[in-house]
Ligand binder design. Structure first.
Ligand code: CA
Length: 398
């Protein structure tokens, strides 16, 4: 059996009224859940997620861990269905667990949905194992944001996946060698949005004791701003396998890939470190708007599409109004016929249709005042008649 030492700490932070983060650790399964949703929804969702972990059966393979996450998702979806005040609640989940198989090698399983993270605290650096299911992560992957910009981006709370949103949920999972001495950090975004990798590395280097390390990380994140709930679980493998510190830990990667046409961000590439399993590919369903947190889904996409259609309709109507009339006006020193309204409407400026063959200097004072303001007509033929009368009058006088 793989054995562990672990420590865990959480803090509401300096800004939030309630702590919607939950942690879990019982000696073989460790997790962080970061809830979202108004009223008490966030706490309920993250609480249901960690409760599902304590009610588990034995975890012997990576598939068991993924099943456990699906079960947690079912419970949250059902609770939200039963209680209207909890509708829209959701939560992230990041789990690290011993896989109690009888193989010669000792193994760990990791499962992740959302933007809580699991790091391996290596010698000299920290390795982020999980991939955030968030809008900013998709933008970083596309090269449109730097990781530093992502940490302070106003949309950094928008998730592309979470538990409790839909009956189907995509779960990323990893299988790793359990190596004696290895340390792992599970944390909510309240930690890594406040501390850089270097600052995390600095903090975890200060103590060998997991509880002290967890508390120190929370303290530093609060000192750095504490703008969100902040939670850390530090796990150390005390009895595992012995391998070199630079040897590959990752055995298998099952990165659940969304449908290409879903709104779940860009499709991640197959991981070169292991197998990518796409058999769970399903788009996430409905939209969630929590306190500053939400899930971008296809329904949110429909809302965006509807807004675009309304804007197009409004522009079309304004354009039709703006362009439906003609006027005789002045361009430079010449009298011309414009299509549009004098002065324009919003961003639709009138355009010159044709000249009238009369110079401004040839007009008398009354004609000049009228033409300078623009003499409007519904039909271009009426504008032409007016122009012809102006031209005749000018020619009669000369
Ligand atoms: Ca958070």
């Amino acid at each position: 059996m793989t054995e562990f030492r672990f420590g865990q700490a959480t803090d509401v932070g300096n800004v939030r009224q309630a702590n919607q983060d939950r942690y879990f650790g019982d000696g073989s399964v460790f997790a962080v859940a970061d809830g979202m949703g108004g009223h008490s929804g966030g706490e309920v969702a993250s609480g249901l997620a960690v409760d599902a972990l304590s009610d588990r059966e034995q975890i012997t393979a990576l598939g068991d861990l993924v099943t456990l996450v699906h079960r947690a998702n079912d419970r949250i979806v059902e609770s939200a269905r039963d209680d209207p005040s909890l509708r829209g609640m959701g939560t992230t989940i990041s789990i690290l667990a011993a896989l109690d198989d009888s193989e010669d090698e000792k193994r760990l399983g990791i499962a992740n949905v959302g933007d809580s993270r699991i790091y391996r605290l290596g010698e000299g650096e920290v390795f982020q194992l999980t991939e955030d299911h968030s809008l900013v992560e998709a933008l970083v992957r596309d090269g449109r944001l730097t990781p530093e910009e992502a940490g302070s981006h106003p949309q950094r709370n928008i998730l592309t996946r979470a538990l409790g949103i839909d009956a189907k949920v995509l779960v990323d999972a990893w299988e790793l060698r359990a190596v004696s001495g290895d340390r792992y950090l599970i944390c909510s975004d309240g930690l890594f949005n406040e501390l850089t990798d270097d600052q995390i590395f600095e903090a975890v280097g200060d103590s060998d004791d997991p509880q002290t390390t967890a508390e120190l990380l929370i303290e530093r994140a609060c000192e750095a701003g504490g703008r969100d709930n902040v939670t850390a679980v530090v796990v150390q493998v005390t009895a595992g396998d012995e391998i070199g510190s630079d040897e590959q830990r990752i055995v298998t990667v099952r990165r659940a890939v969304p449908d290409r046409d879903s709104s779940d961000g860009p499709v991640p590439e197959a991981d070169e470190l292991g197998v990518t399993d796409s058999d769970e590919a399903q788009p996430v369903g409905s939209a969630v708007a929590g306190r500053g947190r939400g899930v971008l889904t296809w329904r949110a996409g429909l809302v965006v599409a509807a807004v675009v259609i309304v804007i197009v309709l409004v522009v079309t109507v304004v354009a039709a109004y703006a362009r439906s009339v003609y006027f005789v006006g002045v361009e430079g020193g010449d009298v011309v016929i414009y299509q549009g309204r004098p002065g324009g409407v919003l961003w639709f400026d009138p355009t010159v249709e044709e000249p009238v063959n009369v110079g401004v200097v040839e007009l008398d004072a009354v004609e000049y005042d009228a033409v300078a303001a623009g003499v409007e007509f519904d039909r271009i033929d009426d504008a032409r008649d007016y122009g012809r009368r102006l031209a005749l009058r000018v020619r009669d006088d000369t």
